[in-house]
Design a protein around this ligand. Sequence first.
Ligand code: HMG
Ligand code: MG
Length: 297
Amino acid sequence: MNDSVRIVEVGPRDGLQNEKTIVPAADKIALIDRLSATGLRSIEATSFVSPRWVPQLADAAEVYSGIARRPGVRYPVLVPNETGYDRARAVGVEEVAVFTAASEAFNQRNINASVDASLERFAPVLERARADGVRVRGYVSTVLGCPYQGEVPVADVVRVAERLHAMGCYEVSLGDTIGIGTPRRAREMLRAVAAAVPMPALAVHFHDTRGQALANILACLEEGVRVVDAAVAGTGGCPYATGASGNVATEDVVFMLDGLGMATGVDLDGLIDTGRWLSALLGRENGSKVGRAGRSG
Ligand code: HMG
Ligand code: MG
């Protein structure tokens, strides 16, 4: 596996959205700018969702406007509907991500809509994005299990991923929202989706709730995926997924990929520094093992 992987850093969005204490906008901006200095090329900056649903990201416009945009770096943001798209475009956003799930029960709690209704909501967003030259990423949550409904049939994951891709999402990220998957199931799920959506248009998004994320990522790399979502210092969790904890830590993913000889273009030392800085800021133990131990001890 001697090629390159694109990391989509989701720390400023997925990492922070569940934090109870509001992180000042200036600190969020500093986090994003530190991350872009490490060589990361995709940094999910914030969400233009309802501030009543996710109070932590109510400052999305201020944060996005304050970023020191680095050439060659993309700063996607989450939008759940046209209102979110309008707010994002008002501050010059050039890439958005729409998000739905393979499970009805989760989607209702997360965005107050059925899966099909959410896809209908995205249709005008995708149409406008196409006209505006805005790139759109799509997320499918609960691809390996749902906190409310339990088992999620792979066919449901395939159906939703295929719809998002057909609607114009350039990439579909497959989310193990509650970190319940193990490598064999992750591999089988990815293989089934890749039969319907080309592998270069797929990404994987693992939460590390049960310590399986790196193993799952390795299995998916072996299947051919080359885009991996991760959050610095292993921050994160979805407020509408009971028991969801941190994303896989970006430092740990980059360390593993370095060991596999797969290029990421990311400066691991700079990333470790940023993860330590963020952990101190949040007053939490660093969720990255590499961040705690250092590159070489
Ligand atoms: P709703 O209450 O059904 O919305 O929420 P509504 O359309 O009925 O509107 C109600 C009010 O919200 C109205 O205001 C709207 O204007 C306002 P009012 O007239 O009452 O004053 N509103 C908005 N305000 C600002 N920005 C907006 C917006 N939309 C409506 N975009 C809604 C529906 C989708 C808005 C809500 O459920 C929501 O914002 N949900 C977001 C939940 C969320 O962010 N979850 C976490 C992200 S997903 C995730 O973490 C999973 C992922 O990481 C992958 C994985 O791990 O699996 C991606
Ligand atoms: Mg997530």
